[in-house]
Write a protein that binds this ligand. Structure first.
Ligand code: NAP
Length: 156
């Protein structure tokens, strides 16, 4: 079982604002779909609300402290480590800030979309020391006037 984070971040590690994504990059959403399809995705309750639907062709797991929350097509866990223990397959951690921050120290891989922009944000990707990771550039791209790079970091 491998645990990967996937996120799109600005130059200051911006992730989102007002519980929404900051940049609209359809080809990056396509990349997200390609990488995560057929796998398990784990997300915080706020990210689930931000997406607004169950992600198709994926096992959806949502983390919340709310013991009464039920969502059709979603497995709910009140404890993030219990969710990970429960999964025997490869999983993708898809956000947001709270969830990334709690898991960055234990994940094997980071699929980061590094966007060459800055913006106001209220959710940020956690700091991580790049010296501890091997970096592989998967592709460099340009869409909607935005330059961005798909990067895969694997823990050294
Ligand atoms: N750029 C990207 O790639 C990307 C990806 C994902 C999200 N985002 C952005 O990130 C922002 C959301 O991030 P966020 O940090 O506000 O929210 P979040 O991490 O998505 O969800 C936070 C919620 O998860 C639950 N939770 C977190 N840790 C828990 C734990 N240890 N045990 C039980 N429940 C736990 C709590 O839910 P309850 O309050 O229900 O208890 C908490 O309020 C949005 O702006 C979104 O658009 C960006």
């Amino acid at each position: 079982m491998s645990i990967s984070i996937i996120a799109a971040i600005g130059q200051n590690r911006e992730l989102g604002i007002n519980n929404q994504l900051i940049w609209n990059i359809p080809s990056d959403l396509k990349f997200f779909r390609k990488i995560t399809s057929g796998h398990t995705v784990i997300m915080g309750r706020k990210t689930f609300e931000s997406i607004g639907k169950v992600l198709p062709k994926r096992r959806n797991i949502v983390i919340t402290r709310n013991k009464n929350l039920q969502i059709e097509g979603v497995e709910i866990f009140n404890d993030i480590n219990q969710a990970l223990d429960f999964c025997k397959e490869d999983v993708f951690i898809i956000g947001g800030q709270m969830i990334y921050t709690q898991l960055i120290d234990i994940v094997d891989k980071l699929y980061l979309t590094e966007i060459e922009e800055t913006c106001n944000a209220d959710a940020y990707f956690p700091y991580f020391n790049k010296n501890n990771w091997n970096k592989k550039i998967l592709s460099s791209n340009f869409e909607n006037n935005i330059f961005y790079t798909h990067v895969l970091y694997t823990r050294k």
